[in-house]
Each structure stands twice: as C-alpha cells, then as structure tokens.
Ligand binder design. Structure first.
Ligand SMILES: [Zn+2]
Length: 387
C-alpha cells in the first residue's frame, strides 16, 4: 500500500501525516454517516444538518486517532524508542518508529497505551454527550458526541484483539518475546493469530453480503480483514529481514573500491573522465582525505549542459547528512532501513570524517534472497533485536 503521504501538521512535536487512502476513507465515513446512520438516529433534520454531523464526526475521528497514536508515541519515548512521525491510514494510524524495539516491557506498555487512550476518550465523549443532553439539548451535536464515544470504545476493543499487527497482538508478542526470549518466534506466533482474525473478519464480511444483504457493512468488514492480513504479512517479512541483517555489520557488504572525486573538479570533467569511464552513478566527494559530500549522475543531468564547463562538483554535490552516511559499526538492517526511508540505492560508510567504503542496496538485497533461499529454517542467530 504505497500511497502518497502528505504532512498535515505538527502535534505534540510529532509530524502528523496522512496516507492518501485516508482522504478517501474520510469522505466515505462522512457520506455513510450523513446519508445512512444519522437520518435514522435523529429524525426530521434537513440534509444540511446531517452533512455537518458527518463532517464533525470525521473531525472527531481524526482527533481520536491522533490521540491514540500520540499515546503510543509518548510511551515509546519514555522507553527510549524514538517516534518520528504519525501516519493516518485507512483504519487508524501508525506511529513510525526509528530503529528497533528496545525490550518486551517497553513494547507491551507502548502497545496498550493506544487502546487505553481510546477507552478514556470514549468515556469522555460519552460523558460529554450525556451532560450536553441534560443541560443543553438532544440535538445533532449530542448524537455526534455519543457516536464518537461509542466509536472510541469500539476502537479500544478492536485494537485489543490479540491479533498482530493490532495493538493487542503487539502486546501478546511482547509477552511471548519475554517468555521465549526470541522476537522472531514471537512475531510469527502473534501473526498467526493475526491471520486467523483476518480470515474471521473476511468471513464476517461475506456473512454481511450474503446472509444479511448489508453491502455497506460487508465492504467495511472486508477492508478491515484485508488490511489486517496484508500488514501482518509484511510485518513478518520485515522482522525476518531484520533477523537476518541485524547481526550483519555494514562492513560485511561494504566495497572500498568506489572511485572518489575532488570538489574542485569541473562537471564536464566529472562526466567525461569519471561517469563515462567507471560503472558508477554516485561518487563520494573527498577533499584532502576528508569526505565532504556526494555527487550523483542525476544531479548532473538536471543541470543545463551549457553550465558543465564552468560549474564545479562542490557547487552541485549533496552535502553530508545522516540520510546518506552510515557508521561502519551500524548493522546492515539499519543501512537497509535508511536506504528505504530515503529512497537511496547506496550509502557512504564513514568514520571520523573519512570514507571507509560504500554499501549498496543491490548487495544487501542479493544477500537476503540467497540467505532466505538457502537456510530459511536455520535458527536465527541472536543479534541486537532480542534481549
Ligand atoms: Zn494503536
């Protein structure tokens, strides 16, 4: 599900982003509420009122999901796991974590923080709805508040189902991780629970279609089942990749035969004597033995050809940043994650400002393909991911 992600705003210091699918779902929810649910819950209002109720409900759900994810993020931060951003997906959000899980207790606490927040929000909205009805009126707003209360309680319960990758499944995985001391086994077991749950959801979706003749409910349960299944599978793959690569240092895949260039080289020289001669699309830029940046074929091609003669590498190179440089002691899993996160096909391995070599996506990928084929059932060596 690689949809485009848009950054919406910052909240509590976290970048809140939305997957494009969320906008589609927001419209669908708003439409379902204003055309089907609310006209039944509250009779005799104009279509306008129902539309406003639908929009308010979507805003309330957005707020509720963000609070749920912020609760995960705050607890993760408490246990020294860094959350970089929160992305809203079709059925909730995902707090994106940088690096690895620290330990079972942290993972457990982080997992249950979200449903606890949803339960609290549910009680809050429910109480607000009751107070509103008692002191003000039983109108559209009270119905929306009551709906948000119910929805939050449902989100809490749904997420507590012990089916990975739902929060309950993560909590279960943390417990198995703690008892078996193996994160990969724990992920596999918790994901099996997730798969069973996904099939139950799909079955229930069919039941809605065929027996109850309820197409809307059928579609919703079907989407949920499909998503639980898809994200569970990719979580297991990610975990296996980590298990294989987590113990391999970057230096194992590093080449130190990359051709480097100097910052005062002209761009035309770079094209003629380097890009055309060496099978290399990205060149580390080294000045007096120190790594200063990186210059790529694509940045050269984006230049006007007339400028090639008088522009130098220094003015077109990309300066060093953690998105392109990695330390030799980092794991290959970290390197792969950095490449995927920033769309790189290569990283520079450097120590104390000096280039040690380069590591490419292709080398890691072929290692993975071969190792997974050769000894898929090999007991995974304990690395940094299970303590
Ligand atoms: Zn959650």
């Amino acid at each position: 599900m690689a949809f485009r992600r848009v950054t919406l705003f910052r909240f509590f210091g976290y970048k809140i982003r939305a997957d494009a699918s969320w906008f589609f779902i927001a419209v669908l929810i708003s439409w379902t509420m204003s055309s089907k649910i609310y006209p039944q819950a509250l009779h005799g209002q104009s279509p306008h009122v129902y539309q406003w109720m639908g929009v308010l409900t979507v805003a309330g759900i957005l707020f509720s999901i963000i609070m749920h994810e912020v609760a995960h993020a705050v607890i993760a931060g408490y246990y020294q796991m860094r959350i970089t951003s929160i992305t809203l997906f079709i059925f909730g959000g995902v707090a994106e974590m940088e690096g690895e899980l620290s330990h079972p207790k942290g993972e457990f606490m982080m997992a249950i923080a979200g449903p606890v927040m949803s339960a609290l929000l549910g009680l809050f909205f429910w109480a607000a709805a009751n107070l509103y009805v008692q002191y003000i009126a039983a109108d559209g707003l009270s119905v929306v508040l009551k709906t948000l209360g119910t929805l939050n309680l449902e989100i809490a319960v749904f997420n507590l189902v012990p089916a990975f990758p739902l929060d309950g499944g993560r909590a279960l995985r943390a417990i198995i991780w703690h008892t078996k001391n193996n994160l990969v086994t724990a992920t596999r077991i918790a994901s099996a629970g997730g798969a069973v749950f996904a099939y139950l959801l799909l079955g229930y979706s069919c039941y809605n279609f065929v027996v109850l003749n309820d197409t809307v409910a059928g579609i919703w349960w079907g989407i949920l089942g499909f998503l639980v299944h898809a994200s569970g599978t990719s979580a297991v793959q990610q975990m296996e990749t980590r298990a294989l690569l987590g113990v391999e240092p970057v230096t194992r895949f590093m080449h130190n035969n990359a051709v480097t260039v100097s910052p005062d080289l002209s761009v035309s020289d770079l094209v003629e004597n380097y890009i055309n001669r060496h099978y290399q699309r990205v060149f580390p830029v080294v000045d007096n033995g120190l790594l200063v940046g990186v210059v790529s074929l694509s940045s050269v091609l984006s230049l006007d050809r007339g400028k090639w003669n008088w522009l130098h590498v220094a003015s077109v190179m990309e300066p060093l940043s953690p998105t392109i440089v990695i330390a030799p002691e980092a794991s290959a899993a970290d390197a792969l994650e950095t490449m995927q996160r920033h769309g790189r096909e290569m990283l520079l391995v450097a120590e104390k400002g000096r280039l040690s070599g380069v590591i490419t996506f292709r080398d890691i990928a072929s290692f993975l393909t071969i190792s997974i084929k050769i000894d898929h059932d090999r007991p995974v060596k304990r690395g940094r991911i299970a303590h």
